[in-house]
Design a protein around this ligand. Structure first.
Ligand code: GRF
Length: 209
């Protein structure tokens, strides 16, 4: 399986995917920010990179078209969004339906969007975590595959919570990608994902309580 990882920032999830020595091969990294540290990580691992700056394109669609073409050129089977900070056009999402994953720092469907850690603290929730899900045109709404769950500590501030969620991300994202690479997890259609030949109704949970 040929994997492309899309990044915008530090790329710690990219690093976790590299370090996991997946059965699939990360054939390329696309980044929309030339200064992103994720690019260095890719280069250090000998992975080819493509910097595609969204600012250089007049519309979201034209930017997405260039990324799409790059993914086709690399013959990619699976697109992994790892801190990629752009909303994707419906056309692009549709083209990669069932072949594109994202990781979001909350227990979806709770806290879609930004500032999840602060919102969890503001509400006083007992549990928090991260979710790996398929990408659909609606933001953070595709089928959830796996979640990392932790207990919010009374003394947690935003940074501490973000750090602990990040650690869980590095655990669950490579695991889900590996399941896809080995065929343990299979996308059938929008409503049906199979995990080891059973319909997956709920995300698989990894708990660190
Ligand atoms: C992670 O918190 C992830 O949940 C979100 O973006 C962040 C990426 O971090 N989608 P990194 O660049 O992988 O360190």
């Amino acid at each position: 399986m040929k994997i492309a990882v899309l990044v915008s920032g530090s790329g710690s999830n990219l690093q976790a995917l590299i370090d996991a020595r997946l059965s699939g091969k990360i054939v390329g990294v696309i980044c929309n920010k030339p200064e992103a540290y994720a690019l260095k990580r890719a280069q250090q691992a000998g992975i080819q990179t493509a910097v595609i700056e969204h600012k250089q394109y007049p519309t979201r669609e034209t930017f997405d078209d260039v990324m799409h073409q790059q993914l086709l050129d690399w013959n990619v089977d699976l697109v992994v969004l790892a801190g990629f900070m752009r909303i994707l056009s419906a056309k692009f999402v549709h083209a990669w339906e069932g072949k594109m994953l994202n990781i979001h720092p909350s227990l979806l469907p709770h806290y879609k969007g930004m500032h999840t850690h602060q919102r969890v603290l503001n509400t006083g929730d007992m549990y928090h975590g991260c979710t790996v899900h398929y990408v659909t045109a609606e933001l953070d709404a595709g089928q959830s595959l796996a979640q990392g769950v932790l207990k919010v500590a009374r003394h947690d501030d935003v940074e501490q919570l973000a750090q602990r969620v990040h650690e869980l991300e590095h655990l669950i994202y490579p695991q889900v990608v590996e399941w896809i690479c080995t065929g343990a997890l299979q996308y059938h259609n929008t409503n049906t994902v199979m995990y080891r030949n059973q319909v997956l109704n709920e995300p698989i949970q990894f708990c660190k309580l």
